[in-house]
Design a protein around this ligand. Structure first.
Ligand SMILES: Nc1ncnc2c1ncn2[C@@H]1O[C@H](COP(=O)(O)OP(=O)(O)OP(=O)(O)O)[C@@H](O)[C@H]1O
Length: 346
């Protein structure tokens, strides 16, 4: 449905997006995730046609809409954008806002479509309200269906939850996902918030400094990050120091672990491997001990920050059931239970 090949974006000859390629299938929800200023919005604007790429190609439904020789205007792309601030017209009612993009249809058809869309987002009966008479979440839902009114091929959502309270965001993200899936819409969202990306998307692209580092499911980003930035950005975790021995094993303070030859490391290499909080198991009988430096109660779990008893006093995180109530300063037994080895050169 959407394909980007080697897309670059530049403003006044300064490149801010470099060589980005990915594809979104019909009915999929994608998300571009990255820190502020990494180039996510620029990519979205190029896909919408508000900006031209400086190199590469964008295709929607196998039709090239932007390359060196082609530029299809935004109106002709069958793409709709939901902006950060919803941009609902304050002087129009909910029904008028939604019907705005389909005003060329008959009054009867408009009314039917508005009713259908309001029912989709659970706002039947809200037709005559004005935007200021709606909550933030309700306004966001109206903005979504207004964008969907003319049945676009592709929906683009630019930080759609950023003006909402943080407690609301994840719930609304899950709700919007259900609505988009029900409508079988193809959508691409940008955000810097990974909880939103996880709640909404089938496939997530992590962007940093204008480059797409990995395009994969949330599971793969968390468990098989392809890059050190992705490993650090997604989820919690720390990098532990280790050395490669002559049996292709990692020798670390928390034990010796085999590594795959495909990693391409040699004996004596100094490396770092990723340790997630759920890889550290609290075990009173374990040979290794660590001191509780900090703790935060998370309901079912307690997240401990622990200092290892090695010369560097490396820190690790440990997610333990919260009924194990250890105080700051206590020493507790831990062992490492790694499912995948994620190793990077130092
Ligand atoms: N119209 C413009 N002219 C010049 N530079 C721009 C323009 N728009 C964006 N930039 C620059 O391009 C880079 C990428 O910006 P972009 O808005 O795409 O990032 P972003 O990841 O969406 O950031 P945020 O999450 O803060 O919105 C930034 O360095 C920004 O300053």
């Amino acid at each position: 449905m959407l394909r980007l090949n080697h897309v670059c974006v530049a403003y006044q000859n300064k490149t801010v997006v470099t060589d980005v390629s990915f594809a979104l299938k019909a009915g999929q929800i994608g998300c571009l995730l990255g820190p502020s200023g990494c180039g996510k919005t620029s990519l979205l604007r190029v896909i919408a046609g508000f900006e031209k790429s400086s190199a590469g190609e964008v295709a929607i439904r196998d039709e090239v809409v932007c390359d060196r020789a082609t530029f299809v205007s935004p109106q002709k792309r069958k793409v709709a954008v939901v902006f950060q601030d919803y941009a609902l017209f304050p002087h129009l009612t909910v029904a008028q806002n939604i019907a705005f993009g389909i005003h060329k249809q008959s009054k009867k058809a408009q009314k039917k479509r508005v009713a259908e869309l309001l029912s989709l987002v659970g706002l039947t009966g809200f037709e005559q309200r004005y935007p200021h008479q709606l909550s933030g979440g309700q306004q966001q839902r109206v903005a979504l269906v207004r964008a969907m009114a003319d049945s676009p091929e592709l929906l683009l959502l630019d930080e759609p939850f950023s003006s909402l309270d943080s407690e609301l965001r994840e719930g609304l993200a899950r709700e919007l996902r259900a609505i988009l899936k029900y409508a079988n819409a193809t959508a691409l969202m940008v955000t810097h918030d990974q909880a939103e990306a996880f709640a909404m998307a089938d496939v997530i692209g992590v962007v940093n400094q204008g480059r797409l580092l990995q395009w994969a499911s949330a599971y793969a980003l968390y468990h098989r990050p392809a890059d050190r930035f992705v490993a650090n950005f997604i989820g919690d975790g720390v990098f532990m120091r280790a050395r490669v021995n002559n049996n292709m094993q990692l020798v670390s303070h928390l034990g010796v672990f085999p590594i795959d030859a495909s990693f391409g490391f040699n004996e004596g290499d100094e490396v770092e491997f990723l340790v997630r909080p759920d890889d550290i198991v609290h075990d009173d009988n374990a040979a290794n001990h660590a001191q509780v430096m900090n703790r935060s109660f998370q309901g079912a779990h307690m997240l401990y920050e622990l200092a290892l008893q090695d010369s560097a006093q490396q820190r690790v995180l440990c997610l333990a059931p919260s009924h194990h109530d250890h105080k700051i300063g206590e020493n507790i037994g831990i062992r490492l239970d790694l499912e995948h080895m994620i190793v990077f050169s130092v």
